[in-house]
Design a binder for this molecule. Structure first.
Ligand SMILES: [Zn+2]
Length: 453
């Protein structure tokens, strides 16, 4: 029997309860005891970790992380510059960055060539190291297109998308994805129609179609998750039977009520926007664009706060995979969004990022809590995390990461070199007008971020 005793730690158990000092005993991959019982039950041969001055807490769970995208700056890059085998190999490198950031589980909603199913199986088989993974395959979209607008082919696959154009195609594709190992069915419930972009993202499915996806998937014991921006899509998804909603921004009263009635968990994934709000200046973003990003967060404050109070689980998701939220750096940050904008205490936010986010891995009651019987997905972090969440942002603070009781290698990753043909060649979209060249004017980036993720 392998056992580890983590001593002298400040235990934040992930349930929202205040921290307590004490020990955690891990045996055969599970938490065997917590507190005084851990000390008395530990055998003399137990491996000891001294966590003096550290927080001992459940590993972080990121329910919105695209491991196959490789910090892309555009959908065009993901759609046209990626190769199947290579993107899976690159993802296996990036997966190790997540471990070093204290992430022990992720939900990968959709991937190029649906190849994160392969990475998940390789991690499960202990062939490569990475967090525990739960995966979608291709994101379902109608012929109307998704957030990448007209870049998406009218039929078949484009990047991480699969267009389905009839009820027969829906049924066939949902069954095919489940057959090949999808843990979840991902649906882009909303999309942008370029000609109508001023209306924001529109719901691109009928209610019958959304219900058909849910019925087909649920019959095969597979949950359904949806990218939903705007009230109509969020309401329809909740009523149709979706098991998880991403974004859920700009809900009206009806949408909020539907989410509350059906207790559909929401992963707002606002880290992307928050990074732009706080650091946009550093990457040359205009004030107008930054204000637009902040509005997306502030417009959701009322509905998210109410949903949280009514018992709708809010899950943490970083949207990592895009250049604004590089792997390894921002996975904890959604908890800061919840504190700053949704009025949560750090302990409540930690509960969202651990116990509640276990819903995204479909392992509620098994991971995300430090309590007897749970799987030992545990991290040790220097300092009092329940008083300062930003401690999680510095990998130097994270000394131990274990999954199923097995400690992961946190040594620095080898330096990565350029991959031929991998990035989209671009000279940037800042126009070198004569005013910029010879005048006082400082050029700022014009980004079209609404056409991402
Ligand atoms: Zn996404």
């Amino acid at each position: 029997m392998t056992s580890t005793l983590i001593k002298n730690g400040r235990i934040v158990d992930g349930t929202g309860k205040p921290a307590v000092d004490g020990s955690v005993l891990v045996q055969d991959g599970k938490i065997a005891a917590v507190g005084a019982a851990a000390d008395t039950q530990a055998t003399p041969d137990a491996h000891v970790i001294d966590a003096t001055g550290q927080t001992v807490m459940p590993g972080l769970i990121d329910t919105h992380c695209h491991l196959s995208f490789d910090d892309a700056g555009s959908n065009a890059e993901i759609f046209h510059q990626r190769r199947n085998g290579l993107s899976a190999l690159v993802a296996s490198y990036n997966a190790r960055k997540l471990l070093r950031a204290g992430v022990t589980s992720i939900l990968d909603p959709d991937s190029t060539f649906e190849n994160m199913i392969d990475l998940r199986d390789a991690i499960d088989a202990n062939i490569v190291q990475g967090p525990r993974m739960s995966c979608g395959a291709y994101a379902l979209i109608t012929g109307v297109g998704g957030t990448a607008g007209q870049l998406i082919n009218d039929e078949g696959t484009t990047g991480y998308y699969m267009a389905v154009n009839s009820k027969d195609e829906i049924v066939k594709e949902v069954r095919r994805q489940i057959k090949y190992g999808a843990d979840w069915i991902k649906v882009h419930v909303t999309g942008i129609i370029p000609r109508q972009a001023h209306k924001g993202e529109l719901c691109v499915w009928t209610m019958d179609e959304l219900k058909l996806i849910c019925d087909t998937a649920h019959d095969l014991h597979t949950p359904v998750m949806g990218h939903c921006r705007g009230a109509e899509a969020t309401r329809k998804a909740a009523v149709a039977g979706f098991d998880l909603i991403f974004h859920g921004t700009a809900m009206d009263d009806e949408a909020l009520q539907a989410v509350i009635d059906h207790k559909v968990p929401i992963a707002p994934a606002l880290t992307f926007q928050y990074n732009m709000v706080e650091f946009g200046k550093k990457i040359g973003t205009s004030d107008t664009l930054m204000a637009m990003f902040e509005r997306e967060i502030t417009e959701s404050i009322d509905s998210m706060t109410k949903a949280h109070k009514e018992g709708v689980p809010l899950l943490t998701g970083s949207e990592a995979g895009f250049s604004l939220v590089p792997y390894g750096d921002w996975h904890y940050r959604e908890m800061e969004v919840f504190v700053k904008y949704f009025g949560m205490s750090p302990l409540e936010a930690i509960q969202c990022g651990t116990q509640k986010s276990a819903i995204g891995i479909k392992m509620e009651g098994e991971i995300g809590v430090i309590a007897q019987g749970y799987r030992a997905d545990i991290i040790c972090v220097t300092g009092k995390v329940d008083e300062d969440l930003s401690l999680l942002g510095n990998p130097d603070n994270i000394s131990n990461v274990m999954i199923d009781g097995v400690e992961k290698d946190l040594s620095p990753l080898p330096k990565r070199n350029r991959i031929p043909g991998w990035r989209l060649a671009s000279i940037g979209d800042t126009r070198l007008t004569r005013e910029v060249a010879y005048g006082e004017e400082q050029a700022t980036q014009t980004a079209f971020i609404e056409e991402l993720h």
